[in-house]
Ligand binder design. Structure first.
Ligand SMILES: Nc1c(N[C@@H]2O[C@H](COP(=O)(O)O)[C@@H](O)[C@H]2O)[nH]c(=O)[nH]c1=O
Length: 201
């Protein structure tokens, strides 16, 4: 296949942050979903509006991190008793990029300080890092969200299909035993396979 060479365009290693995996690190048959190239749109952080279950989000990260914030529609949300939230849940839904990541980091600290464990999606309370049913629910939800992002943004869908034949890799350090919901590159490969199967029919 004929892929744009820009997807592998070398970036300066000296000035790159240490968490980053640069485009030139791809092995044969791989491409890095680098925020330095057009493939950065596949990052959870990228601004790519979508609607899921009737709610609009600016990015996957807006949903991911928003689930940590108190939900005013829930009757007994223990998080509502805690002060110090820098934003409302609705505001985080509409964030993207480092703004949403930062909102999540602040929430992580509040969870730690107040020994909070559960996040929520509508009336479902779960621990997304439990490695059990909470993580499974989270994976299914994030997969549905990434699918909605792809299907509702035709240019993103077209770009995903253009990567057919390449293994997708994250642009930040991630351990092999990360929970599957963190492996957005694998979720995207699965969605790409679904799209290619539909096209072949
Ligand atoms: N650390 C990092 C990203 N981490 C993102 O943060 C989310 C998980 O946050 P948490 O719930 O706090 O573990 C998830 O969407 C993951 O992809 N993303 C990036 O592009 N670049 C990074 O360097």
């Amino acid at each position: 296949a004929d892929y744009p060479s820009d997807w592998w365009k070398p970036a300066d290693e000296q000035t790159a942050p240490k968490w980053e995996i640069l485009p030139q690190s791809a092995k044969p048959g791989e491409v890095i979903l680098s925020k330095r190239t057009e493939l950065g749109v596949f990052s959870n952080l990228s601004k790519a509006p979508f609607t899921l279950d009737g709610i609009s989000y600016a990015s996957i990260e807006g949903l991911w991190q928003g689930m940590k914030y108190p939900d005013p529609t829930l009757a007994n949300d223990e998080r509502s008793k805690v002060t110090g939230w820098p934003n409302t849940r609705a505001q985080v839904y509409l964030m993207s990029s480092w703004e949403s990541k930062t909102a999540g980091n602040v929430a992580n600290q509040i969870y730690k300080d107040h020994n909070l464990k559960f996040i929520t999606y509508f009336d479902r309370r779960f621990m997304y890092n439990d490695g059990k049913e909470g993580s499974q629910f989270h994976l299914e939800l994030i997969t549905r969200a990434i699918r909605a992002k792809v299907m509702q943004n035709p240019e993103i869908k077209a770009l995903l299909l253009k990567t057919a034949g390449l293994n997708l890799k994250p642009d930040h350090q991630m351990s092999e035993d990360s929970l599957p919901s963190y492996k957005y590159h694998e979720i995207l490969e699965k969605i790409r396979a679904e799209l290619l199967k539909d096209k072949a029919l």
